[in-house]
Structure formats: C-alpha cells, structure tokens
Design a protein around this ligand. Structure first.
Ligand code: PRP
Length: 215
C-alpha cells in the first residue's frame, strides 16, 4: 500500500523556514515551497508530504484538531495552551527563554498583588501560584515591555531571546520561568494511524537536530 500523506503545520516566519530546511534535509523536500508566492499549502506527491504555513501560535490548534498530523510549535505555546498533542522531539532551534523582567529600580512589595503584564497569562499564573505569590494579570497582545515603563504593570513575563528589547527599554531580566525551543508535535490519532510515517520523520529530524546541537 502506498505511504499515506503526512500533513505538516509549519509556523510562518524565520523559525518555520529553518524547520522546513530540517524536513528537506530529512528527505521530505517540496521544492515548490521556495517559489516566491503567497500560497499556504504545498504538496510533494513524491515524498507523500503536505506543508501548511500557519500563524506560529496556531500550529498547536491545527495539530490538536487533526487538520495537521504534525507541526512545529514553540515550547512557550505548548506551556501556555497545554494542547492535547504528543510532544515528539526538541529541535534545539528557536531557542530563547520565558522570563520575568522589571525596571532596574523595581522593589517588590509582598503586601500587594504583583501586577504582571504578559501575552502568556497561564504560564504567569502557574509560575506565581507555585511561589504562592498573589498577582493581577494584565493580558496584552504585544509590545509587553511598554507596560512597566508606563506604570501599567510592575513586571512582565515575556520571551527573551537576545535581551536587546529589554536592554533598549531599560528593563532587566529578574527570573527565568522556562527555557523555550521549537518542538515537533503530533496529533494523537494521527500518531496511531500514520505511526510508521510519523515515527520515521521524527527519527530523521531528531538525528539532524542532535547533530546541530553538537556543532
Ligand atoms: C518578542 C518578545 C520580546 C522580543 C524579545 O517580541 O515579546 O518583545 O521578541 O526578543 P529579544 O530578546 O531578542 O529582544 P515579538 O517580536 O514577538 O513582538 P511582540 O511581542 O511585540 O508582538
């Protein structure tokens, strides 16, 4: 019987392009993807694979609901939304961390609720619950660094990659909440019914990503 197609959700942007390169090196090339166009679905009949470009924060939804069999999602998204998917391997790319940051002169007052601005309310709630610290979440959708500068919050919980955004806005990282990197995830039903295809992809990708991390 011919191999089944595997549907792959890739995060649009730099991380997704780097992730596609790994698929290509693993033997799942789809040359059409390199053509300059705005198509969102690409298919290789030869390699029995179909790629979708999706918004990075939506990859886990496509995979959880089975619209894609597998996908590449940041650990930040997996921690925030706890999608019902299998996390198959760490690609050791897109590395950054989830951190707490504040103005240099910020002094925490344990008698009042800490005002936390973030795009990741579940991660922040979980982090401070573990410390039994009372907080007030201020949910924002971007430019989180502005919040403490304008007095909207005391601290932020956000992604820090190079640290440049914090530095240029006179904020300092105070605590690391979690390391973040790109993960290969799978839909649970697909993992059962396309097991040989998915485990094969996972094996090849893991070996390439392992090599990369040893460079
Ligand atoms: C992310 C994050 C920080 C910045 C960190 O923002 O929210 O603002 O990158 O990167 P750095 O440590 O290398 O400076 P993003 O580009 O996703 O924009 P947004 O959060 O404002 O939407």
């Amino acid at each position: 019987m011919a191999d089944k197609y595997v549907n792959v959700a890739l995060p649009k942007g730099r991380l997704g392009e780097a992730a596609y390169d790994i698929f290509e090196k693993s033997g799942y090339a789809c040359p059409e993807i390199h053509e300059p166009n705005r198509k969102l679905i690409f298919e290789s009949v030869h390699n029995r694979v179909r790629y979708f470009w999706v918004k990075p924060s939506d990859v886990a939804i496509y995979v959880e609901k089975g619209a894609a069999d597998i996908g590449i999602a940041g650990k930040d998204i997996l921690l925030e939304y706890s999608p019902d998917v299998y996390e198959l391997c760490d690609l050791h790319m897109g590395k950054c961390r989830m951190a707490v940051a504040a103005k240099r002169d910020f002094k925490d007052n344990p008698d009042t609720a800490l005002r936390v601005a973030t795009k990741f309310p579940n991660i922040a709630k979980h982090y401070y619950a573990e410390k039994s610290r009372e907080i007030e979440i201020i949910k924002l959708n971007g430019s989180i660094e502005l919040a403490p500068l304008l007095g909207l919050s005391d601290v932020i919980v956000d992604i820090v990659e190079t640290g440049k955004t914090l530095l240029e806005n006179n904020l300092v990282p105070c605590e690391t909440v979690a390391p973040v990197s790109a993960r290969l995830i799978s839909n649970k039903v697909s993992y059962k019914f396309k097991n040989s295809e998915i485990t094969q992809i996972c094996k090849k990708i893991s070996s390439i990503c392992k090599d990369k991390s040893n460079d």
